[in-house]
Design a protein around this ligand. Structure first.
Ligand code: SF4
Ligand code: SF4
Length: 129
């Protein structure tokens, strides 16, 4: 049984202690160094070797050759398990694992992200360099 004196001491200590939790989403915790979040594609580096497609365990990535002989990627974030295998397999560092994890959407089709050298074709121009 906790004695009242000890209890008051603990209550007073708790009042002045830093909270153990964060007021998410208003305050965000920095992600660890090797956190594997959203995958992004750098079209200018891709050579179309398809190594990422071959190694993806979820079949979440497609690489297509475009008319102007460049490559674009379609990454289905609904299928992706954020293992970053594609990043490790890519010989040209054209894929990158980011720290972005806030990816929830109401419309599932919005999880298919197209990264193209042509900003008009990209589904999210901010994600295309
Ligand atoms: S992170 Fe893993 S699951 Fe997602 S696209 Fe890359 S290889 Fe596929
Ligand atoms: S592994 Fe890299 S270079 Fe090869 S197709 Fe995939 S993104 Fe392009």
């Amino acid at each position: 049984m906790i004695r009242p004196g000890k209890m008051i001491k603990q209550v007073l200590q708790s009042l002045f202690m830093k909270p153990a939790t964060l007021l998410y989403p208003f305050k965000k915790s920095p992600m660890p160094e090797h956190f594997r979040g959203e995958i992004i594609f750098h079209p200018e580096l891709c050579i179309g070797c398809q190594m990422c497609v071959r190694d993806c365990p979820s079949r979440a990535i497609k690489i297509k050759k475009t008319e102007d002989n460049k490559f674009e990627a379609e990454i289905d974030l609904g299928k992706c398990i954020y293992c970053a295998q594609c990043v490790m397999s890519c010989p040209k560092k054209a894929l990158e694992s980011t720290k972005e994890f806030e990816l929830a959407v109401l419309d599932k089709s919005k999880l298919k992200i197209i990264f193209s050298a042509d900003p008009k074709k990209s589904s999210d121009s901010q994600k295309t360099p």
